[in-house]
Design a protein around this ligand. Structure first.
Ligand SMILES: [Mg+2]
Length: 265
C-alpha cells in the first residue's frame, strides 16, 4: 500500500494533463498554485500527455489562458515521442496517419512525407481521431496488409471528459487489428519505455530525482515504476481510492489533490 503525501522536494516533476491538471477545458483545483510553488523554488516541471490532438504550442497557450503560464517546451505529447522514435529507427519513412490535424502538422514539420496510397506507405500511424470512418479503416487495413509497419501514438481506451469520455486511439488500433489480423507493433505513448526515456533525456535528471504525477495507475504510475521514477497517483481523474487500494500497481504516493506534493512548510 502506498503512502503519501511526499515529505521532500524532487528535482523534476512531470504532470499528466487530463484528470491531473485539466478536466475538460478547466484547470483542476490547486493546479495553478502547485505549479507556481514548484517553479518558485527552482524545480523543473513538464507536462506529459498521450493525447496528440493539440500541439505542444496549443496546449501551452490553452494552459496559459486558464491561468497556468506554460511554454511550448514545457509540454510533451505522444506526437513528440513518435517523431523521436521515427527519426531514430526509420528516418525518411513515408507515413499514413489516421489522426487529427495537430499530429499531422507536427509530423510534416519534422520532415516526414505523408501519403494516402497504401502501396507507398512505410508506416501506418494510428491515433486518436474524431473523424475516423470506414474509408480511413480501409486505407489502414490495405497499408498493413501491403507490409507497412503499424505504430500508434497511444493506447488509451477513452479520454475522460466532464460528460464521461470520448473513445480514444485504442478503438482505432482495435479496428485495424481486428480486420487485418496484424497486431500493432509499438504504442509509443505512456506507459512505453520510449516515453519515459524521452522524458528523462529532456529533463536531464536521473530517474530517482523525478516524480511523475498522474491519475491512471496502468499508464502514469506503471511507467514511473518501470523507469525507476517515483509515482504519485492523484484521485482527481480516472482512479478512485478503492480502485487504487485493490490494484496490483502500487504508487509511491496517493494524493487527494495536487497541492499535496508541496511539502508542508
Ligand atoms: Mg490522465
Amino acid at each position: 500500500m502506498s503512502v503519501g503525501p511526499p515529505r521532500k522536494l524532487y528535482d523534476a516533476y512531470v504532470f499528466d494533463l487530463d484528470g491531473t491538471v485539466l478536466l475538460g477545458d478547466r484547470l483542476l483545483p490547486t493546479a495553478a498554485e502547485t505549479l507556481a510553488g514548484l517553479r518558485a523554488v527552482g524545480r523543473r516541471t513538464l507536462f506529459l500527455t498521450n493525447n496528440p490532438t493539440r500541439t505542444p504550442a496549443q496546449y501551452a497557450s490553452h494552459l496559459s489562458a486558464l491561468g497556468l503560464p506554460t511554454a511550448a517546451d514545457d509540454v510533451v505529447t505522444s506526437a513528440l515521442v513518435l517523431i523521436d522514435y521515427l527519426k531514430r529507427t526509420q528516418p525518411g519513412a513515408r507515413l499514413m496517419v489516421i489522426g487529427e490535424p495537430a499530429l499531422v502538422s507536427l509530423l510534416e514539420e519534422a520532415g516526414f512525407a505523408l501519403v494516402d496510397d497504401p502501396a507507398r506507405t512505410d508506416v501506418l500511424v494510428a491515433s486518436f481521431d474524431r473523424s475516423f470512418n470506414y474509408a480511413k479503416l480501409q486505407a489502414g487495413f490495405d497499408a498493413v496488409r501491403a507490409g507497412a509497419r503499424f505504430l500508434a501514438t497511444n493506447g488509451d481506451r477513452y479520454r475522460p471528459t466532464p460528460q464521461g469520455g470520448q473513445p480514444d486511439a485504442a478503438a482505432v488500433i482495435a479496428a485495424i487489428e481486428a480486420s487485418s489480423g496484424r497486431p500493432c507493433e509499438q504504442i509509443v505513448g505512456k506507459p512505453s519505455a520510449l516515453t519515459s526515456r524521452y522524458l528523462l533525456d529532456r529533463l536531464a535528471v536521473t530517474p530517482s530525482c523525478c516524480l511523475l504525477v498522474g491519475d491512471r495507475l496502468e499508464t502514469d504510475v506503471a511507467m514511473a515504476a518501470a523507469a525507476g521514477m517515483s509515482g504519485a497517483l492523484v484521485l482527481t481523474g480516472a482512479t478512485s481510492r478503492a480502485e487504487a487500494a485493490a490494484s496490483p500497481i502500487s504508487s509511491t504516493y496517493v494524493l487527494e489533490r495536487l497541492s499535496e506534493i508541496l511539502p508542508a512548510a
